[in-house]
Ligand binder design. Structure first.
Ligand SMILES: Cc1cc2nc3c(=O)[nH]c(=O)nc-3n(C[C@H](O)[C@H](O)[C@H](O)COP(=O)(O)OP(=O)(O)OC[C@H]3O[C@@H](n4cnc5c(N)ncnc54)[C@H](O)[C@@H]3O)c2cc1C
Length: 387
């Protein structure tokens, strides 16, 4: 099916090089202000879209750039080097549009809507977490209520990244009012049919300040056809969990790699050697290797979601969970070493050797789907994993 509307999909010669240029010229120029003022990185997201990278993860028939998983990982790392918050906005958006592209079934209207979003550079935000169930991805309290050809939804969302800047939301909820907490669907809600009422104290966190992720009460009434036909269990297993853990890990490695580069500069300036630089390099190499192996294992499922039936299982789920847990911790370890190497120049909030923002941003990694929840899941799965 070709449903491309508006301008033709962009052909990007070398997407990783393009991302590197955009990160160096635009993202890094705005990163300090975005962080200090906790504002949405509008210029950076516009530059990413202008470069043709905002639709990176979806096929050309939806107006996307159809990048391979390895290319997406390369782009995520480069963007992460420039500005963690912008890179994370990019990564979260990729996961949402990939879920729609890969699980809309024969929904021609959903496909046309996705194409419009990708072509226009409309951001799609994620509303999976919920007050009362915290970050338990596979549990919802909110439920979809059908009325003829309309579906209504109300959800108390504790954290919605770029919620006020998105043009659409992919929201999880129970399939019906009488469905179990784990019997979930994903609903695509256009901003024009949604209402976000701010709740809580507003957004003033330690790091990832540019993601602008405060709490909202979310209300929407959408066409019933905007309830994705695949159950959310399938969407989560075949796309949302592996894709998000891979792209988040790539962003975090990119942030850590930028801190490593600053530590390298400090050591070169001193004209000495420093064993801590070798320690940091070794940690980065380990994280890169784990990420590369996770991409290798996910690639056949990325190419064909149905391959999950034969390739999925406890071992694969455990690997994606471990990837997230290990990179969320390991990237912090790298930046802590960079902080020690750079000393007070690293501790300063500004300057070429500062790694303060990197460290503050990366402390969010362990909370984005709390590590303890993933470890609890793996604790159960470890009993089933084949040796
Ligand atoms: C930068 C950033 C961006 C995010 N963006 C989004 C987004 O766009 N969309 C979205 O949906 N979510 C988003 N999240 C939310 C995230 O993925 C998690 O859902 C959220 O962090 C969970 O909230 P919490 O950490 O307060 O979790 P909670 O589940 O409330 O856990 C807090 C602590 O309480 C403990 N705890 C909880 N329940 C119990 C219990 N019954 N018994 C004992 N201990 C318990 C936990 O172990 C944990 O230590 C984002 C998070 C971050 C950091």
């Amino acid at each position: 099916m070709t449903t491309t509307v508006g301008r033709e999909p962009m052909t990007i010669g070398d997407p990783i090089r393009v991302a590197k240029t955009v990160a160096a010229q635009v993202l890094s120029a705005h990163a300090a202000t975005v962080d200090r003022e906790a504002v949405f990185p509008a210029e950076s997201v516009a530059a990413i879209h202008e470069a043709g990278l905002l639709g990176a993860a979806v096929a050309r028939r939806y107006g996307g750039a159809e990048l391979s998983l390895n290319e997406q990982v390369g782009v995520a790392k480069e963007l992460g080097r420039g500005c963690s918050a912008s890179a994370m906005v990019w990564a979260m958006h990729q996961v949402q549009i990939a879920c729609i592209a890969r699980h809309h079934g024969d929904g021609t209207e959903l496909a046309a809507t996705l194409t419009r979003y990708v072509t226009d550079g409309t951001l799609v935000a994620s509303i999976t977490s919920e007050v009362g169930v915290g970050g338990s991805l596979r549990t919802s309290t909110a439920a979809v209520e059908f009325d003829g050809d309309r579906a209504a939804l109300r959800k108390k969302a504790p954290t919605v990244s770029y919620g006020a800047h998105a043009g659409a939301y992919l929201v999880t909820a129970r399939r019906r009012a009488d469905a179990d907490a784990g019997d979930q669907v994903a609903v695509l809600a256009d901003a024009s049919s949604s209402e976000l009422v701010p709740t809580g104290p507003g957004w003033n966190p330690m790091g990832m300040r540019g993601t602008c992720s405060p709490a909202f009460t979310f209300n929407a009434v959408v066409p019933a056809s905007h309830v994705l036909p695949a159950g959310f269990d399938t969407i989560a297993a075949a796309t949302m969990v592996p894709h998000s853990h891979i792209l988040w890990a790539a962003v975090w490695i990119g942030v850590a790699a930028d801190a490593f580069k600053r530590a390298q500069t400090a050591v070169r300036k001193r004209g000495t050697t420093d064993v801590r630089l070798a320690d940091a390099a070794r940690s980065l190499t380990q994280l890169e290797a784990l990420l590369a192996d996770s991409v290798r294992r996910y690639a056949p499922i990325w190419d064909d979601p149905a391959a999950l039936d034969t390739l999925g299982g406890p071992g694969l789920t455990m690997q994606f969970n471990d990837l997230k847990v290990l990179v969320s911790r390991g990237s912090v370890d790298v930046v802590e070493l960079a902080l020690e190497i750079c000393g007070m120049a690293g501790y300063a909030e500004a300057g070429p050797l500062s790694v303060a923002r990197h460290l503050r941003d990366l402390y969010s990694a362990r909370l984005m789907i709390g590590n303890e929840r993933l470890i609890a899941t793996n604790t159960q799965l470890a009993l089933l994993k084949r040796g």
